[in-house]
Design a protein. Sequence first.
Length: 274
Amino acid sequence: MAGPDRYVLFGHPVSHSWSPFIHGMFARQTGASVDYRLVDVAPARFRKTVLEFFVGGGLGANVTLPHKPAAAELVNELTPRAARARAVNTIAVKPEDKLLGDNTDGAGLVTDLRQNLGVTLAGKRILLLGAGGAVRGVLAPLLAERPTLMLIANRTAGRAQDLAAEFADLGTIEGGGLDAAGSLAWDVVIHATSASLAGEVPELPRSALGPASVCYDMAYGRGDTPFQRWAAARGVRRAYKGWGMLVEQAAESWHLWRGSRPDTRPVLAALATL
């Protein structure tokens, strides 16, 4: 008798992840027999461990920090959005045992903002805080929404400028330091640095936020994040954390693996009680 379909999340560390809970709810919803586990693997053993998993019959994997760039180098083929991000968070087995790498982070973010939170992105001014891998993974899907301007603001201005130049063919995008946020309130402010997890908040000009600004922290956890509290203290009425992005990118992964799209609403409702 065949066992359940096997999926994993590779990361280092990874014990904090909610992915088994999310995919477990997807499995119960769709009647699938799925075994989804966490695998903590150091960078030196990442490639060997991933290949052993798939040779052993694994059907799909998620990839989180710090392995997303390494995963892009490991797979046989990249989706266009993964190639653009130069990072992979989802690996699927294709015909002839080829490994396909995708990046569902940006799609998850856009779906959460547009469908779950009712945030309009087209024709809006979007401020992205940070210039690391998390930003790289979401730039192309955000620019596809056709904002009037996207600014990448980072403590190291040069990194933001280089990243903006790399994606300039996709839309109106600029890069600079945190002071580049200027004196006009942004429509949408997305926090994509690791500083929030350490309790730090960005040193933005006060004028960069207004009551109508929508603030979104890609970090998540129980209770409000430091960035959410910081935004609320500056009069922002709508400040969200990244639970929805996490769930929606997982649903994108599930669709790639299994061809069906689970209903994310029950999962979001369950996480909202935490």
